[in-house]
Ligand binder design. Structure first.
Ligand code: NI
Length: 137
């Protein structure tokens, strides 16, 4: 059967601060810019979850989108939406919540819940123009 990729869009708002506590405030500002603000700030994150696999002969689906929608809600949106990522999300207590790291955490969380026959790719927009992709490589 042909391999097809299905995509599901999702969204969450979250606050973060990017910093390295081994650096001075000046160095953190230089590297992370406005994202180093000690008082945190928010982003409107747009997420695209892409699942690739063969079309199932019985359903005609690669994956049931109702299940994917629910997984994204319970595993990602419920955990990240309207949260301070540094303070409230366990994974980022010791990991800088950059778009890169957030995409890896999202991939790891979803990978365990999606059939291993299917390939998974995460696209995460931190702004309309800055986005990252991660496929587990
Ligand atoms: Ni930021």
């Amino acid at each position: 059967m042909p391999k097809v990729t299905v995509h599901r869009k999702a969204h969450f708002n979250a606050a973060h601060r990017l910093y390295n506590n081994e650096w001075t405030d000046a160095r953190n500002s230089e590297i992370f810019g406005k994202c180093a603000n000690p008082n945190y700030h928010g982003h409107n994150y747009d997420l695209i979850v892409s699942v690739t696999g063969e079309i199932d002969e019985k359903t005609g689906f690669v994956m049931d989108m109702k299940i994917l929608k629910k997984l994204i809600r319970t595993e990602i949106e419920d955990c990240f939406d309207h949260k301070n990522l540094n303070e409230e999300v366990e994974e980022f207590k010791t990991l800088n919540p950059t778009a890169e790291n957030i995409s890896v955490i999202i991939w790891n969380k979803l990978r365990t819940k999606i059939d291993s026959k299917l390939d998974l790719k995460i696209t995460l927009y931190e702004t309309a123009r800055n986005f990252v992709t991660y496929s587990g490589l």
